[in-house]
Design a protein around this ligand. Structure first.
Ligand code: ATP
Length: 319
């Protein structure tokens, strides 16, 4: 499978900040989430992929081209939705998308029909003649997506496309993004700091932390079933110490435990013995179970060693 974006030893050093540190990446076709906290280096990587910045050292290829030397040819094949609002407020959405599509090199008539089609696709058919300055955040995000897809690119790069959206708008936006990939075969690089949404819609993930690569791979490889079980207890007002008793009992039984609020992550092979130990520990402490099941690794777990999650350090046999 040919990589959409590939980097080797990619470094971007700003005068006082090392934004990317020796990045070796391979982004396959599909929908890829680029995740990381604020300042992780996502926008810097996007700027390098678009040829808007020159790397300090190392190499990057996008769609088989070198952005530093083939920038204009490459950018004609990429649709880009920037994070910042870059709209001229008095322009109508349709005119804005049509104009940018013409700038990409499409003939005027084609640019017109593509502008309308892409605005319809993102659900702005009726509103396409509204001035951008009168539009809501959700509508503006959709205009950004429409202009990114209008010139029929091979790849769209979307920087925080769900920023400022409520949950309903967020779901709608993510649905369209996946539809664009599945129906039109356009590959997507989606930058986000919301791990849950990346987990939900992306086929692959590239995770950055402070300019370094934390993880990359398919979502199926990175998330999903893994070792241990999760036990969530019901808070009982007259048995506030019950959870501590459960923790002690689990540790006495040889398990390792990480606590986060009323949820205990119990380390070990998720077999009958571990489930029995959990049940016995809960019963002997007089606690009540809200949820008990095999632990599913999430992107949060991947970031856990790099972020402060508020959960306790691991307690027990190996602590
Ligand atoms: P956010 O989610 O906040 O947009 P990000 O993951 O996109 O963050 P970047 O914008 O790539 O992160 O920034 C990475 C680091 O590089 C930050 O410490 C930032 O301050 C620094 N940085 C980015 N652009 C420049 C620049 N032009 N000059 C100097 N430092 C920069």
């Amino acid at each position: 499978m040919t990589a959409i974006i590939e980097t080797q030893g990619l470094v971007m050093q700003f005068p006082s900040t090392l934004a990317l540190d020796q990045l070796d990446l391979s982004v396959p076709p599909g929908v890829t989430g680029l995740v990381g906290a604020n300042g992780a280096g996502k926008t810097t990587l996007i700027s390098l992929a678009l040829g808007l910045l020159k790397p300090t050292s190392g190499s990057i290829t996008v769609l088989g081209l070198d952005p530093t030397t083939d920038g204009p040819v490459l950018r004609a094949q990429i649709g880009y939705g920037p994070e910042r609002n870059v709209f001229p407020d008095d322009l109508r959405a349709y005119d804005y998308v049509r104009h940018l599509t013409e700038v990409k090199g499409l003939p005027r008539d084609e640019a017109r029909s593509r502008a309308s089609d892409s605005l319809f696709l993102v659900g702005l058919g009726e509103e396409r003649f509204r001035a951008l300055g009168t539009m809501s955040t959700g509508q503006r995000q959709r205009v950004k997506l429409a202009q990114a897809i209008a010139a029929d690119p091979h790849l769209i790069v979307l920087d925080e496309p769900t920023d400022g959206l409520d949950p309903v708008q967020r779901d709608y936006m993510l649905g369209i993004i996946v539809q664009i990939n599945r129906e039109f075969g356009i590959d997507v690089l989606l930058s986000s700091h919301v791990l849950e949404e990346v987990e939900r819609v992306c086929d692959h993930v590239v995770a950055l932390s402070e300019g370094a690569l934390v993880a990359q791979g398919s979502m199926a490889e990175l998330a999903g079933a893994s070792g241990g079980i999760d036990l969530e207890l019901v808070q009982i007002d007259d048995r506030l110490g019950a959870i501590d008793e459960v923790v002690c009992s689990l540790i006495a039984g040889g398990a390792t435990v990480r606590r986060s609020g009323m949820v205990l992550s119990i380390g070990g092979k998720p077999d009958d013995d571990l489930f029995d130990l959990a049940n016995v520990s809960v019963a002997s402490a007089g606690a009540r179970i809200r949820r008990l099941g095999q632990h599913r690794r999430t992107l949060d777990d991947i970031f856990a060693p790099h972020n402060s999650t508020g959960s306790s350090p691991e307690l027990g046999a190996t602590s």
